[in-house]
Each structure stands twice: as C-alpha cells, then as structure tokens.
Design a protein around this ligand. Sequence first.
Ligand SMILES: [Zn+2]
Length: 615
Amino acid sequence: QLSMLQEKIDHLERLLAENNEIISNIRDSVINLSESVEDGTKNSQGNISQGAGSHRLPSQQLSLPVDPEDCLFASQSGSQNSDVQMLDVYSLIPFDNPDGGVWKQGFDITYESHEWDTESLQVFVVPHSHNDPGWLKTFDDYFRDKTQYMLNNMVIKLKEDSRRKFMWSEISYLSKWWDVIDTQKKDAVKSLLENGQLEIVTGGWVMPDEAGPHYFALIDQLIEGHQWLEKNLATGVKPRSGWAIDPFGHSPTMAYLLKRAGFSHMLIQRVHYAVKKNFALHKTLEFFWRQNWDVGSVTDIFCHMMPFYSYDIPHTCGPDPKICCQFDFKRLPGGRVGCPWGIPPETIYPGNVQNRAQMLLDQYRKKSKLFQTKVVLAPLGDDFRYCERTEWDQQFKNYQLLFDYMNSQPQFNVKIQFGTLSDYFDAVDKADTKSGKSSQSMFPVLSGDFFTYADRDDHYWSGYFTSRPFYKRMDRVMESHLRDAEILYYLALRKAQKYKISKFLASSHYMALTEARRNLGLFQHHDAITGTAKDWVVVDYGTRLFHSLMNLKKIIGDSALLLILKDKHTYDSYSSDNFLEMDLEQKSQDSLPQKNIIRLSVEPSYLVFINSLVQ
Ligand SMILES: [Zn+2]
C-alpha cells in the first residue's frame, strides 16, 4: 500500500514539474510578445533560437531609435516641400558648355572693392590630404610608401605652431598607423584633437562611393570608423562634419545617414559642372539637403558644394587656376611637380608679400561672391599630400607670412587663418544667425541627388555604376554573410558563456568578424566597389573579401552548430566542417561560384535553414 502511495506521489510530482515548465514557457512567450509589441517590431526567433527566449538581446538597448517623422512618407508621400528640386533643375539647365574664361566652366566674377568695408571677409584655409585606401597602389602599399610618413609628420609639424590646423577622414589608415606608433605619438594626436588643431571629418572607415554600396554597408563602415574613434581616442572625438571630395556623384542617402549619425554639416565636390555653374549663379551652393519624402524638416542637413572643377589647390582658392596654382607651394621651382598653367609659385618674402597677398585675396573675394555669407572656405590639399616634411614647411610657412601680412592691412578688410572644416561651418552658422532674418535661414532647401556626374564636356561618370560586376556581386554576398555571422555568433556566444564552452570561447571568431567588417568597409571606398582601381588593387580587394567570406562561413557553421546542439557540452566533439553547407561554393577570389545542391536520401534527417534577410 505504502509503495503504491509513494509511486502516486512521485507521479504527481513529475506532473507538477511538467506543469511548472509549461507555465514558465508560456510566461516567457507572453514577455516576448509584449516586448515585441512595445518595440513595434516582429520578434522573429527563427529556427535556431528555440528556447533562447529568456536569453535574448535586451532589444530596447540595442535597437536604433526610429523617429516617427521619418516614416511619414508612407502616409503622406508625394508632397514637395523644397526650394530646389533637382529633377526640375536638370530640365532647366541648357547643358551648353560655353567657355567661361579663366573659370572655364563658369563665368567672370566681379566685385566692388568697398564690399567688405562694413563686414570683413573671413577666410579659412583648410589643409588636408586625400588618401585613397587603394587605387593606383594597394591599401598596404600606399600606407607603406605615403600615408605613414604623412601621419608621422602631421604630429611633428602641427606641434611646432598652434596656429596650424589639419584634418583627416579615413579611419582605415588611422587605425593601421595607430597599431605601429608609440604612446607618446598617440598622446600627441589626442592633444591635437582636443585643442582643435586636428579634426576628424566624417570618420568612416573609408570615404565611400555613393552609387554602388548598399546602405547597410555604408552604415556599417561608418559605425566601424566611429567605434574605432570612440575606443581609441575616447576624448569626446565625435565627428560632426561630412567631407566627401572624391566620390563620383553624391546621393541623398549619404546625407540622410550622416544626419541620423548626428552630423549637422557636410561638404560635397564631384557634381556636374553645369549644376555647379547654375548653383553659383543663384548662390545656392550652400543649402539644406532634405529627403524627397520628408514632409517636414527633420532630415535637413547643411551642405556645402565646392564650386570649381577639382579639390586640388589650383581649383580651390578661387576661379582662376593659373593664379591659385601659384599658391600651392609644393610646386615651387625645383620640385617634382609644377604648374600646368605655366607660372610657378614664388617663395613669400617681404619683397613680394604685398603683391602676392593682393593676388590671392582677389581670388578669395571672387570665390566669396558665389556664396551667401562673407566666409570663405579655401581647402589646401590634394591626393597623398603632406608626406614630406618639406611640404609642411613650404605650405605652412608661406601661408603664415601671407596671413600675417593680410591681417595687418586694415584696408584689405580680411581675417584669414588656418582652419578645419568645422571652423568654417561654425563661422557660416554664425553669419546665418546674424543675418537678421532670425526665424528663417538665408539658405535654400534642396531635394534630390547629384547623379550622373560629368567633370568636363560630355565626360559622364556612369561606367562605374556597372563595371567589374563580379566584385560588385561579391560585395553583396559578403554583406549578407556578415549579417548572418554577426547574428549567429552573438547568439552562440551567449550560449557558450552560459555553458562555458571553452572551445567556442577560445576561437578567433571575434577577430575574424572584425576583420570581415573592415574588409567589407574597405571595399566601399570610392575606388573599390566602383571598379576604378588598378587590376592588382582589385585582386587585393577580391582576396580580402574572399578570405573573409571563408572565415564567415566558419563562424556561421560553428555558431549554428552550438545553437542546434541539444547538449551544448558535446560541442567539442563535433566539427562544423561537414555540418554546414552554403547555397553557393566559391573556390578562389576570382572563380565563379557554383550552386550547392543538397541531396536528401530516404533516411530521415534534420535540415535547418537560416535566412538573415528577415533579421
Ligand atoms: Zn579618392
């Protein structure tokens, strides 16, 4: 009797335990559901996270905030809300390409000498160096031959005089350099950033192309750069101005992403010469760029469009390249580069400073006539500039002599200094606020894009939209694999930590994931995904993508294996090599991928699919 009673009690206990489990499952489901409803997102657990409900990501912390106004286009699309609509501009411009004189693609600019009597001209000369992460040389070769010297000299030469300024944009190079420099140099960089002599502009991994990349990769390379800055510089270095001088046309998507990343100002350069001329005539080279679908002003970001042909020094001081070239002191006689317009620069000394200052001021004044404010931006740089110490001395010393002279002449009515991009934008903001129309900005609102770019005549830059399609496709494959790998790795890592699966925890997956993100980021560069780099540079990008693709497969396989195993502790006795099959197999960086056919036999077996597109 007693033993029967004992059995019954045991049975009831088992039932109670089962019931408790069921109830706790139901409770978890309810919590999941209520959180999903709060997020406004569908919480898809997929096939691999069975039972992982209570260990899910803290969704509120990790999800990006969505401004409800951003989604208004769905209900109120079709309303146009801007002063300048690019689609209209393209139908208004004659595209007749007449000879504009010294400014070939523009027009003669004149001014009255008294125009700055009441408010003086404020000029910011902004030194910069455009370092392509791969183009005629590979990323590593450029770093070895050029960039490392540039960055080393930057520290030394900026420290010599606190009036000197500089700016940098490609974090891929900064990060590579950071890994090989000593603490003293790192501290010097931090103090230059803190005192405003050095500014990080945009701060993406690269200066990305704006036509080829998927927006996922654009965001990812921006995050990679910003995370690097936050981790390594940690002094509140938050980029706030966008600098895109070389992408071959400009997309409003980039403007939107910068705005949503917390930027207030941006600059673009490669825009069709006829659009530049039209904007210069109407003084609309500076505008608030608004998304076409935005019915309010939530997406507005202030944008400066450079007016002339190029970002090099002959085309940035003013309309006449023959004059501006004489103020690129790297081209002094005896150097390796000269001025194609026939007149070389002269070293500044007391005997010529008056004449040279007047020549240069004339260009700045003419340039200022194309803008609404009396603030002038004069970029001072070019591709891979400031590598040699002599160039730092040539540019900074000669310009300082010109500044000292100009600032000492009251009749010039000019305040001129070295500056960074944000120094310029701050001054423009001030001028806008001061303009009197307190509630309304002096700048127009613009919507639309700046494609297709032409730099001269009928030279349209449209070939790169489709060239080297093999690698453009590989970019997209890599992107989706990266997304898969990051999701699965994160979920698996949580399991590995919980069950202390040392083999998984000791793997190099985290580093391989970081490397994969950086290789994808590098490929968004405006000479990479575009296909405009040399063949051997393309092979270098392809090899990086392929190498990371292989690593991602391993990460996906190992992570999925751990997630699927019922007993996590048996992870060590399996290998994911024979367990995971990808839909496509690629043997080398330049070989065509083959479809992988999964053959099923009559034997019952489990087949688990993952599709990251829904995540
Ligand atoms: Zn470039």
